[in-house]
Ligand binder design. Structure first.
Ligand SMILES: [Zn+2]
Length: 110
């Protein structure tokens, strides 16, 4: 229960955290480039690219950390579902869905 609550809290702040991380990193690059005399347009382009990469990477990482993974329990079956932000009721439902998917061994038969 405690882990579920802390995951929910982290999930709530994951989007702002990703934006802050991207902004700080992109801003840091922009400041360094401007002080080196790099043209403004080029600096803005680089800063936006760095922002986009860091924002996406942090967002993906936090989503991975906060998400719930539901595996199929059939032997040898690698089917799984990872979802961000499921509550207790949904969690139960996704466990049943993961266990009831139709092709348990599709990975082993071409
Ligand atoms: Zn399966």
């Amino acid at each position: 229960m405690d882990l579920f609550t802390s995951k929910a809290k982290l999930r709530r702040f994951s989007s702002p955290l990703a934006v802050v991380a991207g902004t700080l990193t992109g801003g840091g690059y922009a400041r360094q480039l401007i002080t080196c005399g790099v043209p403004a347009l080029l600096t803005i382009g680089c800063a936006l690219a760095v922002f986009a990469v860091v924002h996406t990477a942090v967002g993906t990482l936090l989503e991975w950390l906060c998400g719930e993974k539901y595996r199929c329990k059939a032997p040898g079956c690698g089917f799984h579902v990872r979802l961000p932000g499921t509550d207790a009721g949904e969690s139960r439902r996704w466990q049943e869905i993961a266990a009831a998917h139709p092709t348990h061994d599709h990975a082993h038969h071409p």
